[in-house]
Design a protein around this ligand. Structure first.
Ligand code: UDP
Length: 242
């Protein structure tokens, strides 16, 4: 199935995308490359907003496993996403792309607070809005934040950039012969517990009828191809009955 053309897109970038070949942290070269692809998508006429993860720096669950209180660890994870958001903003602005970072946890001297109507206005003016600090609440993930912001910003689709080129029947790194879906329904993702995004994020997209496009963002140029309907990806959407 070819991916349809979507005008307004929310792009979810996992933190691990920003670490490049490193095991941890932010790789400036990779951030520049990803920013270049975002700039190209804007140039191609898409309206874009971005939700960044923080897993390259700190994950709440991992922190809790090491003895941190879960809510404190989750706040640390949310702060990590703010660092990533600033890195992506910096890379985009070096390329002359106007951006705004909005954080779900207000941080007046660092970025704007999240204000939905203001974010919409920025996008109408051609700015790329980067949403930081997830939902602002512990016990959530940036996948859920991405689904929430996609619904709030009236996005036509949620693009999830990861290190695999779609959704597979089983983990292709572990199971030989696992095959990639071209397209599948929200219900199947939830029933089969397929690892696309967490269940809360998938349910939110299903309720609001926002297709999720899963693609490999490490493959240079792939994002533009997928947005043109040519690249390799899996689309999760509401299946219409024949
Ligand atoms: N987080 C949170 N609430 C949110 C979003 C994120 O508490 O709404 C915390 C959580 O601890 C998570 C961390 O921030 O582990 C980093 O986000 P995530 O793991 O979703 O990043 P990604 O996997 O996309 O890099």
């Amino acid at each position: 199935m070819t991916i349809p053309h979507f005008k307004r897109i929310l792009l979810k970038l996992s933190g691990e995308v920003l670490m490049g070949q490193q095991q941890f942290g932010i790789d400036p070269g990779t951030v520049d490359r990803v920013a270049g692809e975002i700039a190209a998508a804007k140039q191609a006429g898409h309206e874009l907003c971005v939700v960044v993860g923080g897993g390259n720096i700190f994950r709440g669950l991992a922190g809790a496993a090491k003895g941190f209180d879960r809510t404190s660890a989750d706040y640390m994870g949310m702060l990590a996403t703010v660092m990533n958001a600033i890195a992506v903003q910096n890379a985009l602005e070096k390329m002359g792309v106007e951006t705004r970072v909005q954080s779900a946890i207000p941080m007046a001297s660092v970025c704007e607070p999240y204000i939905r109507r203001r974010a919409i206005r920025h996008m109408e003016k051609g700015r790329i809005v980067i949403f930081a600090a997830g939902t602002g609440n512990p016990f959530f993930t940036t996948d859920t934040a991405a689904a929430l912001r996609a619904a709030e910003m009236n996005c036509d689709a949620l693009f999830k950039g990861t290190s695999v080129d779609g959704v597979y029947t089983a983990d292709p790194k572990k199971v030989a012969g696992a095959t990639r879906y071209e397209s599948l329904g929200f219900d199947q993702v939830l029933a089969d517990n397929l690892k696309v995004m967490d269940a809360a994020a998938v349910a939110l997209c299903r309720e609001n009828n926002i297709p999720i496009v899963v693609f490999n963002i490490r493959d240079e140029g792939n994002m533009a191809r997928v947005m043109r309907g040519e690249g390799t990806a899996t689309i999760v959407h509401t299946l219409t009955e024949n």
